[in-house]
Design a binder for this molecule. Sequence first.
Ligand SMILES: [Fe+2]
Length: 266
Amino acid sequence: MTRIIQISDTHLVGEGNFVSKTLETAAPLEDLIGRISEIQLEVGAIDAIIISGDISDDGSVESYARFKSILSPLNLPFFAVPGNHDVRSSFRAAFSSAGYLPDSNKLNWHQIVGEVHIIGLDTLIEGQGGGELDSKTLQFLETTLENLNNAPVILMFHHPPFKSGINFMDSIGLHTGQSRLSEILKLYFGELIVVCGHIHRNIVTRLAGHTVISAPSTCSSFLYNVHRNAPVGFLKQAGGLILHDWSQSFKSIRIEAQRGAGPFAF
Ligand SMILES: [Fe+2]
């Protein structure tokens, strides 16, 4: 049994600052860390936290320090990939002491947690909203998977490898590497889930025979409005987290930010 919690798109900024002058992002993350402590009492020990990008909103050194400080009470290992709001150099500097990030180039990595292999890929194109899986990143994925003997895998990167239907987000989606990604995944016959962030919504779909799951954001969401003239912007809505539970197969449970009152007797 291996239990991994995925959080996404925390969009932290420096103390006293707000995202787009209106959204406070540290408080919902602090609340969620409290929930993770409760969850451990309800489901058992958590093995690791994974973060599918946009840890920072502004790429500041302070925002990454704040993230680490907020997560520290959990005392759990955490592994992250960058999103389009992250800055690769600040990200690397903030997390390099954990020992899983390469010293140079893209932030692609492979870790083993319990019975599960976690592969993180870097889709960030600095200065752009959209993302890419470049040829070296895809080569890293292919080589890593070839050596795993069909063991269980969580493959994580920020930009979803599917169209969400939310037009303004799809316009800054995964621009390159999708077809090669599908070819590589088609040849993996073990249990594998692809997990991502970016669209601040929990959507489940399929790709090349595997399940793909986008995680909600800890601080905001986008209206699921598929019209071309849909309003562009975010909702103040803490989306909670996803618990990925491995035991012979994957089970992924969305856990809300608010626990809710009760339970009440029937
Ligand atoms: Fe985001």
